[in-house]
Design a protein around this ligand. Structure first.
Ligand code: SAH
Length: 373
């Protein structure tokens, strides 16, 4: 059976073209060179074509006007160049933009672009939906649909370049929908595409993977030679509380996640969403400070984005400020994130939820435990 890019079966008789956007630069260039040789074309054209996939992207091979027309036609009949279809685009009064993209099989994913001075941070999705069901997160409530392919992950940044050639991402955070380290094989290729100078060329230190603490994924990320950044969604400083907020804590307990963060050879960030009356008390700050010091972690305090966050309320500004003070008093570097895009439902999963309403999870384990995909 011929598999479609998203893993589904192709309809009978369909001609499935290859997707170069799913390949890392080395593999794509090698594939192009062999294809060019078969077509009697010089191999230098491989780099010429590859530049137009990511660095200066085009929406069709026909738009690569520096190539002879016949070659453009041959490329079109051999390879696809899929775009992500823009379903909705919203712009916040603070300049944050939220994009809802429709994939070839109808799945909807979210991408957020956040301008800040001369930086443009793009928050990307790694899965359609999410299996983890963190209690306050809108993506968790919609359940897991499927893993994204490398071209769908890195393609979110490519798509922003296509939509506005001036919008060049300087920073990437894997903080959109999904758990990146439960889709490591695709995320790993996407990381190469985001970072490689021949593709999107974003410095590894400007690319952050955010995870609830999937241990095999942290090991795999640590094994990469590039200095990609790791952020860990801690959200609770004790096993008992974390267990109530994040079911994944059964499989990967806080203690093990902290161990992994401690031995990670680069600086780690802790993400901590402040939930009013739940995890924002003085005792929580003291416990969190101890964990952060153990790992020499930087702490990002995130005000709860209220939309779609079932039964939780944000901590008051005074409580947020005193929580931050308590961490700093214990010598923990702490930042309070500004909530961006409040008027456009910009937190994880909120825009898709707004469009589709709540759905029952498609994949849910019988015993309620989270398993790796
Ligand atoms: N699965 C990964 C990446 C996706 S979520 C992870 O959990 O780290 C990215 C961040 O957004 C996480 O820290 C998550 O806890 C946070 N988040 C989810 N819902 C939120 C909300 N309603 N308000 C503020 N932050 C939220």
């Amino acid at each position: 059976m011929i598999a479609m890019p998203d893993g589904t079966a192709a309809p009978p008789g369909a001609v499935v073209k290859e997707n170069l956007l799913d390949l890392d630069p080395e593999t794509a260039l090698a594939r192009l060179r062999s294809w060019l040789a078969e077509h009697g074309e010089p191999s230098y054209r491989a780099a010429q074509i590859f530049r137009r996939l990511w660095e200066f992207p085009v929406d069709s091979f026909d738009a690569i006007t520096e190539l002879p027309k016949i070659l453009r036609e041959q490329l079109t009949s051999s390879f696809m160049l899929p775009r992500l279809e823009l379903a909705t685009r919203q712009t916040s009064t603070d300049g944050t933009q939220k994009f809802l993209f429709r994939l070839t099989d109808g799945q909807l994913i979210e991408t957020v672009s956040i301008p800040d001075g001369d930086r443009l941070t793009v928050c990307i999705s790694s899965q359609a939906g999410c299996a983890l069901q963190c209690a306050f997160c809108a993506t968790g409530a919609m359940g897991f649909q499927r893993n994204l392919t490398p071209s769908e992950i890195a393609g979110q940044v490519r798509e922003l370049r296509l939509l506005a050639s001036s919008s060049v991402a300087t920073n990437i955070v894997f903080m959109g929908m999904g758990e990146p380290l439960m889709n490591w094989s695709a995320v790993s290729v996407a990381l190469t595409l985001l970072n490689d100078a021949r593709a999107l060329g974003i410095g590894a230190r400007h690319i952050t993977i955010s995870t609830v603490g999937i241990l095999p994924g942290i090991v795999a990320l640590a094994a990469r030679p590039e200095q990609f950044r790791l952020a860990i969604s801690v959200h609770a400083p004790s096993e008992a509380l974390r267990h109530t907020l994040m079911p994944v804590n059964t499989k990967y307990p806080l203690a093990d996640v902290i161990d992994a963060a401690r031995v990670f050879d680069r600086r780690v960030t802790f993400e901590y969403v402040l939930l009013g009356g739940v995890n924002d008390q003085a005792e929580h700050a003291a416990q969190l400070a101890a964990l952060a010091r153990e790992c020499r972690a930087f702490v990002n305090l995130i005000p709860l984005h209220p939309g779609g966050s079932m039964g939780f309320s944000p901590s008051s500004p005074a409580v947020i400020a005193s929580f931050a003070r308590a961490l700093r008093a214990r010598n923990v570097e702490t930042a309070v994130r500004r909530s961006r895009g409040l008027d456009i439902a910009a937190a994880c999963g909120q825009l898709r939820t707004e469009r589709l309403g709540r759905r029952l999870p498609v994949v849910r384990d019988e015993d309620g435990h989270v398993h790796e995909a």
